[in-house]
Design a protein around this ligand. Sequence first.
Ligand SMILES: [Ca+2]
Length: 155
Amino acid sequence: MLLIFSIFVTALTSVKGCDQVLIGDNGTISSPGWPMRYPLNIECTYDIIVSEGNRVRIEFVNMSVETSSGCGYDSVKIYDTNTSNVLDTLCGYTTGQVYHSSANFMTVVFNSDDVQDDYGFVAVFSSEESRSKALLQLINITILGQSDFLGGRKI
Ligand SMILES: [Ca+2]
């Protein structure tokens, strides 16, 4: 619990209703009232923003959301905000799912209907280097390495 709290405070969080905007390279999101049961009839949007040039990695570490076909009753939807693609729609009791955004932001939307609550979810996010940024660094190293090599040869 202490660990979760310390991760949580590393992100700047603003809360409006149950909606949250989280700006930072590490943080935690959870359903309202966690670890108590979530309310009926809610929609909560979590906007996660990490350092520019990086991308968001999110892992669902707790999941207790009413199971239904196609998660039509209660659901956790993960959006790649940059492309508007839905990366996945979750419900039920499976944990350990990991998702990556294509840019430095991601949106998670939690919905519950008017019947049957449950304990909800916890997800931990972090910032990781995007492939294009890693590639740029590799190119820089290669070019720098080459110029050093040419300099050393004194052509
Ligand atoms: Ca429900």
